[in-house]
Design a protein around this ligand. Sequence first.
Ligand code: ACM
Length: 512
Amino acid sequence: MMTEKRIGTIFLVLGLALSLLQSSGNCDCKKPLGLIPRPASLTLNSGSFRLNSDTAIALAPAAAELQSGAEVFRNFFRQSSQLELAIGGDQGRTQNVVIFELAPNPELEKLGAEAYVLEIGQDRIKISAPTRKGVFNGAMTLLQVLESSEDSRSAPGLKIIDYPRFEHRGLLLDPARHFLGVAMVKQALDAMARVKMNVLHFHLADDQGWRIESKVFPKLHEVGGAGSYYTQDQLKDLVAYAAARNITIEPEIDLPGHNTALLAAYPELSCSGEKVEVSKIIGIHRNALCPGKEQVYDFLDKLVTEIAGIFPSTYIHAGGDEVMAKDWQDFGPNQELLKTFAQKDNHGLQCYFQDRLNQSFLKLGRRMIVWDELADCPPEGAMVQAWRSIGPVKAATSSGHPVVVSTVEPWYLDYPDWPWQLRRVYQFEPVPAGLTPAEEKLVMGGEGCLWGERAPEEKIMVKLFPRLLAISEVLWSPKESRDFRNFKAREKMVRKTLEEQGARFGVLLSEL
Ligand code: ACM
């Protein structure tokens, strides 16, 4: 027989376990809250709110700025609850309403441009933020609160004050190696939005394919695209689709290496001028644009201008990784250049090339991102992406350059998702020890990189999850709140919804 004391102890332990998972208090939401990334602060209150077919979304003010985010919320919510909410209508309504409020909020001062407050009360729900980004973030949290309930329509009374730890929360997709249809990219953007990832690093050109329609240099997509490329209209549509989800698309044109597809179209831009074919194999290729040819810079100036017209992002990624040019050293003008450099090898030539290219970026008011091969000579205003190790973070930040971190181990999502990998991904810390406070501030965030060599379209959602969830939490939530067991419990809760959106968890060994 169980004594009353024992029963009491069991209930106490159960209660504690539930509160660890941010228990849902006293509403008819049966399960604890499956919030990923974990909010900075959450207070449960009494009462609850249940949405029904009369609930409206009110925009305050009724600004176009808020409309697209409200529509995204409404569509996501409809998928999980089968309920269609009206947007707009009676703006003065105070009951049975979800208010999206764009207004200065003293509680959010100093918490950055993406902070928000979400309050769920007996009569209404209010998301308040000083920016549309903040309002959208709050809406995605509300969605997860609702999806935590049995009918996806109920929420406990609560107040969340939340903001991101990092401003760059990215995912790299690589349609250069395996082309990804527009619908697939939108599916990935939807998944990113749900977990507050806000940068799609879109690797649009490589040895195996050039994927951007070019009106200035049409052979790029006609020859370099090898049959698969995005039209400019499709790309602009993706930019708008992403923007409605608080995501910036930052395109990457990897230069001067990784360029067999470009050179298949315009072979005169390599030093040797040798004819090449769009590559059908993976691995590092030894074709590159020629640093000593003036026509290369004229070509790239026009091309970067065209690309900037499609993508409004402040940053455009200019690559710079794995340059193993076979024809640089023998080219006369390169040798002349080398005489003027301290560094008399291909690396010296690459630093020169990237600096020249940067003039086109600066002229357009854009900034370059470069891979960490250039951490010792980043062009003016450039951000460095650390991928081979965390080491380049110090090198780049100590010279005043911002950094984004995506080291191969463990944040390359094309690498196998071993059973222990999720923990490693979750425990990875993008800010290395040994930085000064000023250098720490220059770590802008990180990216999960899903390279395409082994990721055809049907593997994208398999490989993204669950690791993208872990990355989103590392990049959003306060460092001190990181707790793998707690995360695992919440991960189980968000699975169902994500699986309905096409994510796959618990993959087969052959799919790792
Ligand atoms: C890279 O993985 N080559 C940046």
